[in-house]
Design a protein around this ligand. Structure first.
Ligand code: CTP
Ligand code: MG
Length: 230
């Protein structure tokens, strides 16, 4: 069954602290987002990609992937969820309301083909996630210090990745309502779907599908790419 992919790529990369948005920084000589799009264009059963880019984006059109007829673009919004919603609004004019949509961060170039296949085989509402490897502490503040409030049971802790998968219209409604009700808690698609009463399936994925966020992440991604090519 064909599915669409939405790629939010309208962020400014504040934590990266570079002179341009991180999606356009070179990774092994090629812009980070080019790795992500070229990867997605090889996923089996792909119908098309909607990329959300910033209103002042100067670089997207120069990418090879931007010339592919399966790649569409929309203008993103202030927060990641606004960018995803803009892409869903666009897609709802092209695709059936039941169409499966995978939302995948531009900043995750290294997602593996086998993890994508696992996600495609999973429930209609599902996401890739990594079982926590560190012990997780919940904190509280006391007299200006940060103290452990409690240790969470690690067996039940997962770190959410992308892609996150849901039917088009269901996801669109959930994000619309989530942004109306409590925008600060909508940090991924699953959080909006949970608020709407769904229980997304967690699909265990490789740690290499990390999000490039800080400068050291770029170096790690380059090392992993070289290792794959070797
Ligand atoms: N994103 C987006 N629209 C926004 C904010 C983020 O499309 N208004 C995208 C980013 O481009 C990225 C993905 O969402 O591909 C994940 O977001 P994040 O890693 O937080 O990227 P930035 O917001 O760019 O980085 P930072 O939070 O450090 O500023
Ligand atoms: Mg951000």
């Amino acid at each position: 069954n064909a599915y669409w992919v939405i790629v939010p790529a309208a962020g400014s990369g504040k934590r990266m602290g570079a002179d341009k948005p991180k999606q356009y920084l070179p990774l092994a000589g090629t812009p980070l987002i080019a790795h992500t799009l070229d990867n997605i264009l090889q996923w089996p059963g792909l119908a098309g990609i909607v990329v959300a880019i910033a209103a002042d984006d100067q670089e997207f059109e120069a990418l090879t992937a931007a010339q592919d007829p399966r790649v569409h673009r929309v203008t993103g919004g202030a927060e990641r969820a606004d960018s995803v919603l803009a892409a869903l609004d666009y897609l709802s004019q092209l695709a059936d309301p039941e169409t499966s949509v995978l939302v995948h961060d531009a900043a995750r170039p290294l997602v593996s083909r086998s993890d994508i296949q696992s996600l495609l085989n999973a429930s209609a509402i599902a996401l890739l996630a990594q079982p926590a490897s560190d012990t997780i502490k919940q904190s509280r503040c006391s007299n200006g210090k940060t103290l452990v409030n409690q240790t969470l049971p690690r067996q039940q802790i997962w770190l959410a990745q992308t892609p996150q998968k849901a039917p088009l219209q269901l996801l669109r409604r959930a994000l619309q309502r989530g942004l109306e009700q409590c925008p600060e808690s909508i940090t991924d698609e699953a959080s909006a779907l949970e608020l709407a009463g769904h229980a997304p399936e967690l699909v265990s994925a490789c740690r290499s599908n990390f999000k490039i966020t800080h400068p050291a992440d770029l170096m790690l991604a380059e090392a992993l790419l070289q290792h794959r090519q070797a």
